[in-house]
Design a protein around this ligand. Structure first.
Ligand code: SF4
Length: 216
């Protein structure tokens, strides 16, 4: 949780305007969620966010102000072919130069986004969209054609209804639609399982496996 999300985002924008990348952390672990769960991944967490969700469990204050080359060098010091640009909200910034440099270094790039800011020029390899309509977010239509997967954080039946309102929900070969129970709410797991059993063709369960495994 970020103590003052607006101030954290202003600070991140200021760092970016100075030509540096506002980084929270870079770490090597397993992707815990969605269709890439279990794959080794270098996480590059950007500071700042366009929202301040009530359930946010991420501190997105700037911890490191880094040059692009430093970020790529640190990512390349690990073994994984995958990096994941996460946040905060990585699409707040134009990271095309970083994406180009990571691709040139041989990486495949996943991003995790709230889906408000399209970034077609990044040529992303895997796009995970976690819409936050209940927190004031809105899904940019570009993502309907380009998301690899949608992931809805579930606390209650209203959240499940929002997932089923995704325009791709009726497309049997559309992007994967994951329900991810809020890890702090045991009742949400039951709601997700029941909803998936009622909608077996489209919905899938995503667990925050890294939290169960107690890894970063
Ligand atoms: S969009 Fe994600 S990072 Fe931003 S406030 Fe919401 S939960 Fe936190």
């Amino acid at each position: 949780m970020t103590p003052d999300p607006a101030a954290a985002t202003r600070a991140a924008v200021n760092v970016f305007r100075q030509g540096l990348l506002p980084i929270v952390e870079i770490f090597y672990s397993l992707q815990g969620e969605g269709g890439r769960a279990g794959q080794a991944t270098v996480f590059i967490r950007l500071a700042g966010c366009s929202l301040a969700c009530s359930f946010c469990d991420t501190d997105f204050r700037v911890k490191r102000e880094m040059r692009l080359e430093e970020v790529v060098e640190e990512a390349a010091s690990y073994q994984s072919p995958w990096v994941c640009l996460t946040g905060g909200e990585p699409t707040l910034f134009d990271l095309k130069p970083l994406c180009d440099a990571l691709h040139n270094a041989g990486f495949l790039i996943q991003t995790e986004t709230n889906g408000m800011h399209p970034r077609p020029s990044w040529n992303l390899d895997y796009i995970t969209v976690s819409p936050k309509e209940s927190e004031g977010g809105h899904l940019n239509p570009w993502y309907l054609d380009h998301a690899t997967e949608f992931k809805y954080v579930i606390d209650n039946e209203d959240d499940i209804a929002r997932a089923l309102e995704n325009p791709t929900a009726g497309n049997p070969i559309g992007p994967a639609l994951y329900l991810q129970p809020n890890a702090l709410n045991p009742e949400a797991v039951r709601l997700c399982i029941e909803a998936i059993k009622r909608n077996p063709h489209r919905l899938r369960l995503s667990l925050q496996t890294h939290k169960y495994l107690q890894i970063p």
